[in-house]
Ligand binder design. Structure first.
Ligand code: HEC
Ligand code: HEC
Length: 302
């Protein structure tokens, strides 16, 4: 009885996190602010994509244009009617809280190393300054963020704000590790975001493929008989994250298998408990040893 109740509470939390957190973090909805604000315009998105985007651009509030390169064509072509419907309600409720910078994620996070996507995922730091400042880190995490040691995570193409969050968590003792806890304490506030931006700006990590069917099934479909939400819902297609502006859900696809294993074990045992609402603790508690192994294998290959 008690167990079931816990399960339900866990599921409710997971569902909440998958939708609400993702939206709040700017998961695509704000893309369509301009469209959503113009209910009179009934043109289908597809057609709009072909039309010169002058009118759309002109009516878009200046604050929602983060970069000169943001392409209204891209935005329109990825717009679907349901996106727009969701956009209008969610955007209306959250617009005042959303910073201009976070609006208009035009590119899919999945394997996108376009200049724009890199800029968006890097966060507030300066990647050029971060290169020199991260020399010590590169010793373990690799010059390009691809570590040689499988227990040290790849940071290549990871979200800048996610990296910063982990470093803060290490500094505050919310996440602990023999080596990283001490190293994180040596990073001062001025350098932290620059270092994160440097690693975020590197070519996104990628694995060598995996044919692990058990891992694939759990990653893509989860197991609702155990109320286990599929990883893909939060970590995105191929585990590369959701959109370039949503740094809540880290890139995991292509990460070292050994590092992934350790994190899943730590989450399951409660040795790592810094995920929002303890969501990763709830999810990993449903995994058997064999499933955990299969997931680490599959995700590392992505
Ligand atoms: C001596 C090797 C070493 C050095 C030097 C080092 N790290 Fe690490 N780092 C690790 C290991 C090992 C882990 C895995 C910790 C764990 O298992 O929880 C890690 C984890 C991390 C994580 C967590 C990544 C994730 O995906 O959650 C971040 C961020 C990080 N390091 C950043 C840095 C930065 C920034 C520096 C430089 C200031 C640095 N590290 C220097 C070994 C190192
Ligand atoms: C409801 C959303 C959600 C689902 C579903 C989910 N995750 Fe996560 N996961 C997160 C969040 C959020 C974090 C970041 C935690 C933090 O901020 O430290 C995370 C972190 C992780 C990490 C640590 C990454 C790192 O670099 O240290 C791994 C590994 C991971 N998840 C694997 C999985 C796997 C495998 C599944 C499927 C069995 C899964 N996740 C399902 C939300 C989710």
């Amino acid at each position: 009885m008690f167990h079931t109740k816990n399960n339900l509470a866990g599921l409710a939390l997971i569902v909440f996190l998958t939708s609400a957190v993702a939206f709040a973090a700017g998961d695509g909805f704000a893309t369509n602010n301009a469209d959503a604000a113009k209910p009179a315009q009934k043109k289908p998105a597809k057609k709009r994509a072909k039309t010169p985007p002058k009118a759309d651009t002109a009516t878009t509030p200046a604050a929602t244009q983060p970069t000169a390169t943001a392409s209204p064509q891209n935005i329109a072509s990825t717009t679907t009617p349901s996106d727009t419907a969701a956009a209008s309600s969610v955007a209306a409720a959250t617009t005042p809280k959303v910073e201009a910078k976070k609006i208009i994620p035009t590119a899919k996070a999945d394997e996108d190393d376009s200049a724009e996507a890199i800029k968006l995922r890097s966060g507030p730091g300066d990647p050029i300054a971060g290169k020199d400042k991260s020399e010590l880190c590169q010793g373990c995490h690799g010059e390009e963020g691809v570590s040689a040691e499988p227990t040290a995570p790849k940071l290549a193409g990871q979200y800048g704000p996610y990296i910063s969050k982990q470093l803060r968590n290490f500094q505050e003792g919310i996440r602990t590790h023999q080596i990283m806890s001490d190293i994180a304490k040596t990073i001062n506030d001025d350098d932290l975001n620059d270092i994160s931006a440097y690693f975020a700006s590197r070519k996104k990590m990628k694995g060598n493929g995996s044919d692990n069917k058990v891992g694939q099934e759990l990653f893509l479909r989860g197991d609702m008989s155990r109320m286990m939400v599929a990883c893909v819902n939060c970590h995105g297609a191929n585990g590369k994250g959701k959109t370039p502006t949503n740094a809540v859900f880290p890139v995991i696809g292509g990460q070292h298998k050994e590092y992934l294993r350790i994190q899943l074990i730590n989450f399951r045992a409660g040795d790592r408990s810094n995920s929002p609402g303890g969501v990763m603790n709830i999810i990993t508690q449903r995994l058997t040893d064999a499933e955990l192994e299969a997931l680490a294998d599959y995700v590392a290959g992505l």
